[in-house]
Design a protein around this ligand. Structure first.
Ligand code: AP5
Ligand code: MG
Length: 214
């Protein structure tokens, strides 16, 4: 099962993708998490990505596409995967379509998690992230058991550098300009499904499992 999560920054793609990955036993591949772990480790890729991410801009396609295609061709992806944060531009989507069709494959589901911009900024200021394992929390809606500490791996939780309100506004603008057109792209391919991302996390997950089937 090959799944793409679409939706604005903060819509809940990561939250839902993690649960999908657990339920269907497929890898959760988040390009944002891959970039953040490279930044944390100080790699060349990380240093390059950081310049763009801190401004709320997209990392260039020539960096992102190759990285993602390498990842989905690894052995653990044989049964499928859930992509979170990729594709984000039409050229990324076209590269993915081509790489898959060269192997006689295609995306099965593109799930758009729909949340209006006005709900997003509040969510982001309350988000806390684990840069070690990628787990995500919210101070009100999904708090960790112990304040400031990741339930999964025990590392310290942080406010992401790009979650400051002014950077969130920029990310939303970039989303509308460059990523929203993918909704039509996948609608035309007949694989688009939308869920109301303003509902609570459990209800959103319920809607997604209805789409994907038990
Ligand atoms: P990325 O890490 O992908 O960030 P994003 O798309 O901006 O999305 P977020 O991770 O901010 O939000 P989310 O939808 O995952 O929401 P979450 O589940 O955390 O990318 C970061 C940057 O990397 C980009 O800006 C770009 O620079 C670069 N990048 C990444 N991929 C790229 C690509 N393909 N091409 C180029 N550049 C790329 O939820 C948000 C908060 O809300 C959490 O606190 C959560 O607990 C809470 N929450 C979730 N669901 C609910 C709910 N139903 N009710 C209440 N609260 C909820
Ligand atoms: Mg995310």
């Amino acid at each position: 099962m090959k799944i793409i999560m679409l939706g604005a920054p903060g819509a809940g793609k990561g939250t839902q993708a993690k649960r999908i990955a657990e339920k269907y036993q497929i890898p959760h591949i988040s390009t944002g998490d891959i970039f953040r772990s490279n930044i944390k480790e100080g790699t060349e890729l990380g240093m390059k990505a950081k310049q763009f991410m801190d401004q709320g801009l997209l990392v260039p396609d020539e960096v992102t596409i190759g990285m993602l295609l390498d990842r989905i061709h690894q052995d653990d992806c044989e049964k499928g995967y859930v992509l979170d944060g990729f594709p984000r531009t039409i050229p990324q989507a076209e590269s993915l379509t081509k790489a898959l069709s060269d192997r006689g494959e295609a995306i099965d589901y593109a799930i758009d998690v729909d949340v209006l911009d006005e709900n997003i900024v509040n969510r982001m200021s309350g988000r806390r992230a684990c840069l070690t394992c990628g787990a995500t929390y919210h101070v009100t809606f999904a708090p960790p058991a112990k304040e400031g500490i990741c339930d999964v791996c025990g590392a310290e939780l942080v406010l992401r550098d790009d979650d400051k309100p002014e950077t969130v506004q920029k990310r939303l603008a970039v989303y509308h300009e460059q990523t929203q057109p993918l909704i039509d792209y996948y609608k035309e391919k007949g694989v688009l499904h939308s869920v109301d991302g303003t509902k609570d996390m459990e209800e959103v997950f319920q809607s997604i499992t209805e789409i994907l089937g038990a």
